[in-house]
Design a protein around this ligand. Sequence first.
Ligand SMILES: [Zn+2]
Length: 475
Amino acid sequence: MSRTEFTLHHGSDTIGGMIAEVRHGTHRVIFEMGAAYDPRTDPYSAGIQQRNASWLKDALRLGMVPPIDGIFPAAAIEGIDGLISAEESELETIVFITHLHLDHMAFMGAVHPDIPVYLSQNAQTIERALEDTGDGVPTFRDHYTAFTPGEAIRFGEIELLPLLSYDLAYGHSSCLITTPDGSVHWTGDLVMHRPEELPHRLKEIELLRERSIDVLICDCCEFMHADLVDEFRNEDGTLRATLDLPAGWKSEAQMERDRENWLLGATGLVAFNFYQREMAMAELLQELASRYGRTLVFEPDAAWIVHRYFDIAPTVYVPDSTRYAAEPKDPWFIELMDNCTEVTREEIEAAPSQYLLQVSYPNILELFDLPSAGGRFLQIFGIPIGDFDPAWSHLVRVVEQAGFEFVDIGHDMPAGHSSPGAVQYYVEGVAPNILIPAHSFNPERLEAPAGMTRLIPEHGQRFVLKDGQLTPIES
Ligand SMILES: [Zn+2]
């Protein structure tokens, strides 16, 4: 008889890197294929080159991706002992990706091309543009499968229901997986203070509560900040369930006013560094540029994504880089230059206050040859994202040496994910039987409210799901 098994392969005590599965009989849904985000333990961020043919084997050996049976191509894992390849496996598998952040999808390309990987259509457009420029994830695949939020995907006796949680740009979805034995919900990134997200999450809470789900895997990223958790503690040590923002966090209205200040009063060139797959931010920058009568200018790599995503002809500045000078030119570069307006350094020098110009971290030395009088540099969540990354000090030093004012937008904004109070609000609203805190350095700080069981599984530990309980399988 078929039973339902649950395994959390990775991601209970890291920022992202979530990979989990629900199996019923011979059918299996894997959700997320992310890499944990931590430049301190990532050998590639310290200059070691990723190898060409052996990248997956290396990722397995380095523990960056867990040894999951039945999903990797045999040829790519030859020599890794004890791991069953996709070709050898008797399981049928599908993979679901909630959104296009590397901590959720960096290893989706490692999945055998015959196994469907569900990725939203917009995310596919961006990933393909990234692949064109060589910035896609390493991959054995040339296709992904689109899905429609709200429409269930049936697979054997498993139902996978993607729920839209954020509807700007490529969107984010959570996923509810139901089998004849029970249900598991994964929140994906939970960011309830985002006005584009809150209404979706309130609907989600209602739906999950109605369905009396068994297992909730909940993002509690911000619980890594002990002070922030304490801010929401009641006298008896329990957490206050509230959507009120923590003391230091800004409201959306305040952030809106802050965004005005990004350009307000700037008398010279304004340069910026952003996470260039974020098309919602590209749109916001366009809106600001128009409001202040500036021309928004991208570097070629980001311009290519903008061109493919919005189907527009962006304005492009080509930095002094071997990447763009090399001959013969890449096909994407040729097509971009045929479909954009180019702006030269001379034109920027002649009227610096007319431009809002992307200068990414790899090209940061470009600032030395750009007009700095009254110049400002906006650090808008581009890599490096914080001073825990050694690259941060290089960024700040060059910006200042080049004579630009360094403005860190990121530090003015909420860190990103839901506050401890909002997580508690979500958990109490959903009221699952079992709570699995995840996507955090400190999952143990999210305790189960009365009537709920909390579980922090060991990576790779298998459980049977039945009658609302997860029972470990002795290996
Ligand atoms: Zn994440």
